[in-house]
Design a protein around this ligand. Structure first.
Ligand code: ZN
Length: 511
């Protein structure tokens, strides 16, 4: 994600700090309200690796909170101990579920009527013996749930959709959970914490989604935590004259007798739920195949074409430069989706980064395009093990943004950045997840490391990072361990200081 802060404003902030000698007062305050310490979290992350130890019946609504007699049917045969708990994310304790691993989502959405008619098939494998399981779903009316084609009883409690399995699953056994639902999906109101509401966004011109971090559940039932990656198929039916844009590539397209179009998109590389993206409306789609076989396809809403200009023409060059620096691009396709409004942010949805006309028409377009492309490696291919590892997304993408900006002859952003003191990256709350320090102190952490160990070893670390953890998730501790392994414990200690120390270290001289 990239909040849209015009470069000029950033420069003003930095120069204000320099000229007044002011300390951190120019920057957003980070309130340390999270009680989970870093050390506790590392232990929790280790435990999560073993699903049999993660069931925490008290962490999630169990049967105690349910009206057993309501329309979900008789759930009385379940004991709370058999309902698995949440993943235990330190920033969002209630989200995600344990006890199973989703391998595939097959989402079908029909936009031709007054309400969205939808069906999602979740293919999952039980990690422990299960009599019931929870999915995350916000809003929407659930019509029916079938598990391996047998009707299942279900109930709802907040964002928990609790499914009683018609036949219990034993550990290792797979099942297909079909959820049929309808309604008008609405985003989650985040109040003051974020510049936008999370999840599905319905507009008069069409629809799009912006889910990071916990909004995917507004449009499909899921295990809505980055840890549980899966492959995706999204089939959309749209009225005549509209396009349906999705993740990955189109594998099937057909016309209905009423002029409607049904398009099936498939993303065959594992994806975290928050990165799944769709859009409908009148889009102009431009496709280009690179020498490597990689398909570039940009979808620009017809009312955003003018604002977009030729900004997307640098994608090929940017892609080639990043592949050289970070290793092969991890997915079969890439492109940018431009919607006809001023979003105030850009978002790195997997294979389809989301932009608005505000950024596209600003001088920040190129740095932010670089930022979201870099996220495809850092954040998307390697996703955060927990949300308080988010500097692994944002710090890396910010560093890549600086690297690209300098490469095309733009200003040396680290010169500006090093003059700005920033809070350490810890004790994150939902409101501080996208704060300035996550981005810049995260980016400077990598720049400091590069200057300390030199370009060659730094390049080795970046490529090893993507090679080792690509397709999965990684934690801050994983990164520190890799730095220790490749560059030694002094380098790793420096990284630690840069992330966690209350006082921001001095940036080493470039050599
Ligand atoms: Zn970002």
């Amino acid at each position: 994600m990239h909040r849209f802060i015009p470069l000029l404003l950033l420069a003003l902030i930095a120069s204000a700090c320099v000229s007044t000698g002011d300390d951190a007062t120019e920057l957003p305050e980070v309130e340390a309200t999270t009680t989970t310490s870093r050390a506790q979290r590392t232990t929790a992350a280790d435990e999560r690796a073993d699903p049999t130890t993660t069931a925490a019946p008290d962490a999630e609504p169990g049967l105690a909170g349910l009206d057993v007699g309501d329309p979900g049917g008789d759930m009385s045969g379940l004991t709370a101990a058999r309902l698995p708990g949440s993943i235990g994310d330190p920033t969002f304790p209630g989200i995600g579920n344990v006890g199973y691993d989703v391998t595939r989502y097959d989402v079908s959405l029909d936009f031709t009527g007054p309400e969205m008619q939808a069906q999602t098939v979740v293919t999952l494998t039980a990690q422990i013996d299960l009599e019931a399981l929870n999915l995350d779903l916000v809003g929407m009316d659930v019509d029916e749930i079938r598990v391996d084609d047998e009707p299942a009883l279900f109930n709802r409690d907040g964002r928990e959709l609790i499914v009683r399995l018609p036949n219990p699953l034993t550990a290792g056994q797979s099942a297909e959970v079909l959820v049929a639902y309808h309604g008008t999906p609405e985003p989650i109101d985040t109040g003051e914490g974020l510049p936008f509401n999370l999840g599905f966004q319905a507009r008069t011109w069409g629809n799009f989604v912006a889910s990071e971090p916990i909004g995917a559940a507004t449009w499909f039932p899921s295990n809505d935590h980055p840890q549980d990656k899966a492959i995706f198929a999204v089939t959309m039916t749209v009225p005549a004259g509209q396009s349906a844009i999705g993740p990955g590539q189109v594998v099937e397209e057909s016309q209905g007798p009423d002029g409607s179009t049904t398009v099936r998109w498939e993303a065959r590389e594992p994806m975290s739920t928050y990165l799944a993206s769709i859009a409908t409306g009148e889009f102009d789609v431009q496709t280009e195949v690179l020498d490597s076989g990689l398909v570039l396809r940009h979808a620009v809403h017809v009312d955003a074409i003018r604002a977009t200009g030729d900004e997307l023409q640098t994608t090929r060059e940017m892609m080639e430069a990043f592949e050289e620096q970070f290793g092969p691009y991890p997915f079969a396709t890439y492109g940018v989706l431009v919607v006809p409004e001023q979003l105030g942010f850009a978002l790195e949805n997997q294979t389809l980064s989301l932009f608005g006309t505000d950024i596209m028409s600003s001088p920040s377009a190129q740095p932010i395009l670089a930022h979201e492309l870099a996220h495809q490696w850092f954040g998307n291919n390697i996703s955060p093990a927990a949300w308080d590892d988010i500097w692994l997304n944002e710090g890396f993408a910010t560093w890549a943004e600086w690297w690209w900006t300098e490469r095309i002859g733009g200003r040396d952003m680290t010169t500006v950045a090093r003059t700005v003191p920033m809070d350490p990256i810890k004790d994150l709350t939902p409101d501080t997840l996208f704060d300035f320090n996550i981005y810049w102190r995260g980016g400077l952490t990598l720049e400091a490391l590069r200057r300390e160990i030199g370009d060659d070893v730094f390049g080795d670390i970046l490529r090893q990072w993507t090679e080792r953890y690509g397709g999965g998730v990684a934690s801050t501790q994983n990164f520190l361990d890799l730095v220790t392994e490749i560059a030694g414990s002094d380098a790793s200690n420096s990284v630690s200081q840069w992330i966690f120390s209350p006082t921001m270290p001095e940036l080493p001289a470039d050599r």
